[in-house]
Design a protein around this ligand. Structure first.
Ligand SMILES: Nc1ncnc2c1ncn2[C@@H]1O[C@H](COP(=O)(O)OP(=O)(O)OP(=O)(O)O)[C@@H](O)[C@H]1O
Ligand SMILES: [Mg+2]
Length: 290
């Protein structure tokens, strides 16, 4: 696809977005959540996209996750904070099927039991995960990285003959715009800044249109400016996607958060607005007062 076609795609997307925002009272953001449940969709009629109850996992007798219960509403941007070793990454490992819990329930919507699915299936169901280290293909351009994110792993031959259809081209143009890389579409990923690589990887996840995004320490190593732009990016994703963001950067959390969950010793220590949890003596003792 040429930059010209990309531009046309971006225009089509802009027109469509404009239409959505005038079609619904919520500006289109909540449009998908009130719908009647169809096969293959996540049933969020109970107001939860993710639900964990009494989840525990031990490693060699050490309880990394200890009767953890937590739920997230559709379209919510939930922040998770807590000291090193609290179990934040392990919780994401459990949600994405990388680690099996010893006990408990993990549901995606009200009908999909995630413990019955493996890692690739969970990704297919619409849960995208971003690890701390960017894992973009350094030799390929921004465009090629995003294009690759749509390809199914059926071998080199099918990848070589893969062509974007017009819906996918539109999606690519929209994602490029969202991740602030529209001007760098032909840049080799290896030449991007650390922050831009992180955005590209988020863009690769967005190409799959995930319903839930799990982001582990996304602004670690970013400059202040990149961190600010990432906050804008996450705020723009909120509503269209559900997000779970683990971060130690309190300035960043302050900018993006509605509800903050504090994890400690594998379970929820406190939950509320950032102001509320920052005023909680137990949170100050184990985390913020360090
Ligand atoms: N596969 C594993 N085998 C053994 N122990 C593990 C494993 N994964 C995690 N742990 C232990 O579980 C505990 C929780 O680790 P986890 O990485 O989830 O913490 P975290 O909250 O993400 O910390 P950080 O803020 O440092 O990233 C730690 O004590 C860790 O050493
Ligand atoms: Mg971690």
């Amino acid at each position: 696809m040429t930059p010209d076609l990309l531009k046309q795609g971006a225009q089509r997307v802009a027109q469509r977005l404009e239409k959505v925002s005038t079609d619904t009272e919520s500006g289109g953001r909540d449009a998908s959540y009130g719908r009647v449940h169809k096969l293959g969709e996540v049933d969020v009629s109970h107001g939860r996209i993710l639900y964990l109850e009494d989840v525990s996992v031990s490693f060699d007798g050490f309880k990394a996750i200890n009767r953890l219960s937590l739920d997230i509403a559709p379209g919510e941007l939930r922040c998770i904070i807590g000291p090193n070793g609290a179990g934040k990454t392990t919780m994401m490992d459990i949600i994405t099927g990388k680690t099996r819990p010893d006990e408990g329930q993990v549901f995606f919507g009200s009908t999909i039991d995630l413990l019955r699915h493996n890692e690739p299936e969970i990704a297919q169901l619409g849960i995208g995960r971003k690890f701390q280290k960017p894992t973009v293909f350094e030799q390929l351009s921004v465009f090629e990285n995003l294009e690759l994110a749509l390809k199914t792993p059926k071998g080199v031959k099918s990848s070589m003959f893969f062509k974007l259809d017009s819906v996918q081209s539109d999606r690519l143009a929209e994602v490029l715009h969202t991740i602030h890389l529209a001007d760098s579409v032909l840049t080799q990923a290896g030449n991007l800044s650390h922050g831009q690589k992180q955005w590209l990887e988020i863009g690769m996840l967005l190409m799959q249109d995930p319903k839930l995004l799990l982001l582990d320490e996304p602004v670690a190593g970013m400059t202040d400016h990149e961190t600010e732009r990432t906050a804008e990016l996450f705020l723009s994703l909120k509503g269209k996607h559900s997000l779970m963001v683990v971060e130690h950067d309190m300035g960043f959390i302050k900018t993006i958060s509605d509800i903050v969950t504090v994890l400690c010793d594998g379970s929820v220590l406190a939950q509320g607005t950032l102001d509320q949890v920052q005023a909680d003596e137990r949170v100050i003792e184990v985390y913020l007062g360090r």
